[in-house]
Design a protein around this ligand. Structure first.
Ligand SMILES: [Ca+2]
Ligand SMILES: [Ca+2]
Length: 84
């Protein structure tokens, strides 16, 4: 059904818009859609990110960064957000 595809696309855009203003962060980096960003996914988007910083961002040390962890890291100044 075409309509379902269109609806899914619209919902996807709405979700992306609602996820935050300046910084998409985890959502943008999440290549496999599991709502978490692995080190590989994050470095694909932020090549300057090093493992030490990733470990700091990954507050519960499960090897993935969630939106909450990312927001906390941004709020605490751990992540240098790109200017703009
Ligand atoms: Ca992912
Ligand atoms: Ca984590």
């Amino acid at each position: 059904m075409r309509l379902n595809h269109l609806l899914a696309a619209v919902l996807g855009i709405a979700t992306a818009l609602a996820s935050g203003p300046a910084l998409a962060g985890v959502t943008e980096a999440d290549g496999d859609g599991d709502q978490r960003a692995s080190f590989a996914e994050l470095t694909a988007l932020y090549p300057d990110l090093n493992k030490a910083d990733f470990v700091k961002i990954d507050a519960d040390s499960d090897g993935f960064v969630t939106d909450a962890e990312w927001d906390t890291a941004v709020a605490s100044g751990l992540i240098d957000t790109p200017a703009g």
